[in-house]
Design a protein around this ligand. Structure first.
Ligand code: GLU
Ligand code: MG
Length: 447
């Protein structure tokens, strides 16, 4: 997108360039440099203590061997991710990898976890394309007492009218950074919106999720004095917000999920990929629905999915095969993981999904029957045939399953695996000690 970033920093009088990364607990953080110093920092990066990635979303430094506050890493920017932030004056952001000072890979970098999964997929000769489909709430007031903003009926034009001033700014601010906005809708919840940007290669899709959240939050806060909440369940009595993860798997120009000859249009490869995801899903949700509040959202009959189940255009299934569009069937065939929310670190969520799918392909797994109804409403016999199983009901249960899933733990690597479990378990202990209302308030605008 922006290989000419060095030139643009000078030509556009950029005063501040942020070196951004997303930490394991899903918080987007950055250290900045000035426009005049940017060129000198592109190769060497900006220094960061190793301990910073052991600080979780409640700002607690968790003890992780290898991530003590002694020893430094660097945020080394990837210039392809350079964009100028339209809701601020003269400010740009570039996403970086966390590396050792000599430039080599550091095991505590979440972006590197995804790069390794992409490299693994490349060994199979395949590439993943993906997009996060985000819902979020707009609110006034305080995070302790948020008041939903611009309430209206789901998909109503009245809702679009009420939200239009803010929504149009969000669309403009995404578009001017080079993202293609495909949909912008007034969602079901009180003050809930959904904006969708186009899919991209896996690494870019995760980078886009970081930039997307920043753009929505920044436009709401800085330009309009409103809060945008990406919390998976910001209100007790309102529907949750998903960041459904859509993906397709490609070999050259061919979508490997698609088989024109099959009545379902899903290939054998696609079926195995789905089977791998279903097999790992109870553990995978520790990466895709990872926060304390995430488990409030995964309830039955809320279109978020609450069980391990898959189906064609079945919005109650955690894994939905989305129907393709007429005339571009191969191009548009994709699978949606609904058990995914915006409290996830997108690099780790996508890495986990890729490794789970590849495991299914490698082992030649076949999925159970697809569910033709809401899986919770199937008979016991049908549930068995469709492989319907409960998802973990809490963050701690999911973390224990993750710890015992060698495919996903290998994907994280030793340092990141230990860091992730320790950081999330500390989050859980604090949330439990302070209660759900406290956890909701303290994560309302953190993402
Ligand atoms: N809000 C639902 C969720 O939490 C999704 C509704 C929809 O399908 O758009 O995932
Ligand atoms: Mg939606």
């Amino acid at each position: 997108m922006a290989k000419d970033s060095l030139k643009r920093v000078t030509e556009n009088n950029i005063r501040n360039v942020r070196f951004v990364y997303c930490d394991p607990s899903g918080v987007i953080r950055a250290k900045g440099t000035t426009g005049s110093q940017f060129a000198g920092k592109v190769d060497e990066g900006i220094g960061l203590t190793r301990a910073q990635n052991a600080v979780n979303l409640f700002e607690d430094l968790v003890h992780v061997e290898g991530m003590e506050p002694v020893g430094e890493v660097r945020i080394v920017p990837d210039l392809d991710t350079y964009t100028e932030l339209p809701w601020l004056d003269s400010t740009a952001s570039v996403i970086g990898d966390l590396r050792w000072p000599d430039g080599t890979e550091w095991g505590g970098c979440t972006r590197t976890v995804l790069k390794r999964a992409i490299a693994k997929a490349a060994e199979f000769g395949i590439e993943i394309k993906a997009a996060f489909e985000n819902e979020f709430y707009m609110a006034e007031g305080t995070r302790e007492n948020p008041i939903p903003w611009a309430n209206a009926s789901c998909y109503s034009t009245a809702g679009l009218d009420r939200a239009s001033a803010v929504m149009n700014d969000m669309i403009d601010n995404l578009t001017s950074q080079g993202y293609i906005v495909e949909q912008a809708i007034n969602e079901y919840g009180n003050g809930q919106l959904e904006i969708v940007i186009k899919y991209d290669d896996a690494l870019a899709a995760a980078d886009n999720q970081v930039k997307f959240r920043d753009t929505i939050r920044g436009t709401a806060e800085v330009t309009h004095g409103l809060m945008a909440s990406f919390s998976p369940k910001p209100y007790e009595n309102e529907v949750g917000s998903g960041a459904h993860l859509h993906f397709s798997v490609w070999k050259g120009k061919h979508n490997l999920l698609y088989n024109k000859e099959d009545p379902t249009k899903i290939s054998e490869f696609g079926a195995s990929f789905i089977a791998g995801i279903l097999e790992h899903l109870p553990a995978l949700v520790a990466l895709t629905c990872p926060s304390y509040v995430s488990f409030e959202r995964l309830a039955p009959h809320a279109w978020a999915g609450s069980t391990v189940a898959w189906g064609y255009d079945n919005r109650e299934c955690t894994v939905r095969v989305a129907s393709p569009f007429k005339g571009r069937e191969e191009q548009s065939t994709n699978i949606e993981l609904k058990a995914s929310d915006a409290s996830a670190n997108p690099y780790m969520a996508l890495a986990g999904l890729i490794m789970a799918g590849l495991d299914g392909v490698q082992r030649g797994l076949t999925p159970p029957m697809p569910a033709h109804r809401d899986p919770e409403l199937l008979s016991d016999e049908e549930k068995k045939a469709c492989g319907v199983k409960p998802l973990p009901s809490s963050q701690l249960e999911a973390l224990d399953l993750l710890e015992n899933d060698s495919v996903l733990m290998d994907a994280l690597g030793d340092l990141m695996g230990r860091c992730y479990l320790a950081s999330r378990r500390a989050e859980n202990a604090k949330a439990q000690a302070n209660g759900l209302a406290w956890a909701r308030a303290n994560t309302f605008t953190v993402y």
